[in-house]
Design a protein around this ligand. Structure first.
Ligand code: SDX
Length: 381
C-alpha cells in the first residue's frame, strides 16, 4: 500500500485531525466550547434544545418563523411507526436500555421508506425522524419494562417535556422540563468525540444514516465515553455519605483507578459544560431534596482538585449531569440514553457534513507481526 507521506502512529488519534467541522469549536486548554461560534454557556442560559439543533444543522440561529416551522416538523415526527410498540413489547424486560435503544433505532430504519435514499435533503428528513422518535423509543421501553401502559406523545410539548410526559405519564413541571432541556443542549455536539468519529467512519462508506447512528450509539455506550454518567451515580451510591468521600477517592486514586466524570481527552481545564451544569445541578438537587448528592459531588471535586488538577484532570460534562438526571427522576440506567437522545443532533449533523466532500475514512495500521512464516501441515503441528 503506497502512502502519500511517511505515516505516523498516533495511539488513540489524540493528535490527529480527521475532519473539518463548522459545528463545535473546542479549546481544551482554556475550557471553551462554542456551537457555530456561540458560547455554550450563552446557549444553555438562553436557548432551547430545538433552537440549538437548528443552529447546529443550519449553521445559524433561526428566525421566529423558522424555529416555529422546524419545531412543527419535529413534533410531526414524534409518533413511532406502527409495529415499533409491538417490537418493544417483545424485548426482554431486563435488557440494558442502551442495548434496547441500539436495537430499536436499527429497527426504525425498516419503517423508513427513505432509509437508503442518498442526498442531503433525504438525510435531513431522516435526521428529523431519528431525533424526534428517539425519546419515544426510550420512554416506551422504560414503560414496557416496568409493566406500565405506553403513553402517546403529546405534540403540544417540547422534546424535553414530551419525553418526561411519555416516561412518567404525567406532565413535568416547567423547572424539571427546563433541567432536561439544558442537559440536551449541553450534550448535543462535541467535535470529533469517539461516537461521532465512529458515525463519520460508517457514513464515509456511503452506508445509510441509520447505520451510522447505530454505530454511534454502540460507541457512546462505553464507560470511557457516554457511559460515564451512569458510573458517576454508581460511585456516589457506593460512597454513601460525605464523610466517606475522602477515603474512597484516595483509595481509588492509589489503585490507579479512573474516577468517572473526571478527565477528558481534550479539556485540560474545566469542561465548560460542567461549569454551567454544576450551578444547575445544585438548584435542581435543592428543589428535589437531593442536596446531599450534590454536596458529595462537590467534595469529590475538592479532593480531585487537590490531588490531580495539576495533571489537567477536571470534572467533565458527565460529573454533574449524573446528579441532575437523578434529581429529575431519571433512572440511573437511562442516563446514557439521555446522552444519546441529545447527541443524535451532533451525530446526524456530522454525517451530513461528512458527505459534503466525502472521502472514505480508512487509516493505516502498522504491521508488527512476523514475516516469511511457512505453512505447516496439520499432521506436523
Ligand atoms: C465524554 O471526547 C469527547 O468529547 C467526549 C465527551 C463528549 O461530549 O462526547 O466530552 C463526553 O465522553 C466525557 C468523558 C467521560 N469519561 C469519563 O469520565 C471516564 C473517566 N475519564 C477517563 O477515562 C479519561 O479521562 C478519558 C478516557 C476521558 C480521557 O483519557 P485520555 O485522554 O486517554 O488520558 P489517559 O487515559 O492517557 O490519562 C492521562 C493520565 C493518566 O495518568 P498517568 O498514567 O499519566 O499517571 O491522567 C490519568 C490517567 O491515569 N487520568 C485519570 C482520569 N483520567 C485520566 N486519573 C483518574 N481519574 C480519571 N478520570
Amino acid at each position: 500500500m503506497s502512502l502519500a507521506t511517511a505515516p505516523t502512529f498516533d495511539k488513540g488519534l489524540a493528535n490527529t485531525i480527521a475532519a473539518e467541522t463548522q459545528m463545535s469549536f473546542i479549546d481544551g486548554g482554556k475550557g471553551v466550547l462554542e456551537y457555530v461560534g456561540i458560547d455554550i454557556d450563552a446557549l444553555a442560559r438562553n436557548s432551547t434544545f430545538e433552537e440549538t439543533v437548528y443552529l447546529l444543522w443550519n449553521r445559524r440561529l433561526p428566525s421566529r418563523t423558522e424555529l416555529e416551522s422546524f419545531t412543527a416538523d419535529l413534533r410531526a415526527e414524534y409518533e413511532l411507526p406502527g409495529g415499533m410498540l409491538d417490537l418493544i413489547s417483545k424485548l426482554p424486560r431486563d435488557a440494558t436500555p442502551m442495548h434496547a435503544l441500539r436495537t430499536l433505532v436499527s429497527a426504525l430504519a425498516l419503517h423508513d421508506a427513505e432509509a437508503d435514499v442518498e442526498g442531503a435533503e433525504a438525510n435531513e428528513r431522516k435526521a428529523i425522524r431519528l431525533l424526534a422518535k428517539t425519546p419515544a423509543l426510550i420512554a416506551n421501553f422504560d414503560r414496557f419494562r416496568k409493566g406500565k401502559p405506553f403513553v402517546a406523545s403529546d405534540t403540544s410539548l417540547s422534546m424535553a417535556a414530551n419525553f418526561l410526559w411519555m416516561l412518567n405519564g404525567a406532565k413535568p413541571t416547567d423547572a424539571v422540563a427546563k433541567a432536561l432541556d439544558v442537559c440536551l443542549i449541553l450534550h448535543a455536539d462535541h467535535g470529533l468525540n469517539a461516537s461521532t468519529f465512529a458515525g463519520r467512519v460508517t457514513i464515509s462508506t456511503l452506508s445509510d444514516l441509520y447505520s451510522a447512528i447505530v454505530t454511534a450509539i454502540g460507541t457512546l455506550k462505553g464507560p470511557l465515553h457516554g457511559g460515564a454518567n451512569e458510573e458517576v451515580m454508581i460511585m456516589l451510591r457506593e460512597i454513601g455519605a460525605i464523610e466517606q468521600v475522602e477515603p474512597y477517592i484516595m483509595a481509588r486514586l492509589k489503585a490507579k483507578d479512573r474516577i468517572m466524570g473526571f478527565g477528558h481527552r481534550v479539556y485540560k481545564a474545566y469542561d465548560p459544560r460542567a461549569t454551567y451544569l454544576k450551578t444547575f445541578a445544585k438548584q435542581v438537587a435543592t428543589d428535589t431534596g437531593n442536596l446531599s448528592l450534590y454536596e458529595m459531588s462537590r467534595r469529590i471535586e475538592e479532593i480531585m482538585a487537590r490531588e490531580v488538577a495539576a495533571k489537567g484532570i477536571y470534572p467533565n460534562v458527565d460529573f454533574y449531569s449524573a446528579t441532575t438526571y437523578h434529581s429529575i427522576g431519571i433512572d440511573l440506567d437511562l442516563f446514557t440514553c439521555m446522552f444519546a437522545m441529545s447527541r443524535i443532533a451532533g451525530w446526524a449533523g456530522h454525517c451530513i457534513e461528512q458527505l459534503d466532500g466525502n472521502r472514505l475514512i480508512r487509516p493505516a495500521a502498522a504491521y508488527v507481526g512476523p514475516h516469511g512464516q511457512p505453512y505447516v501441515a496439520m499432521q506436523e503441528r
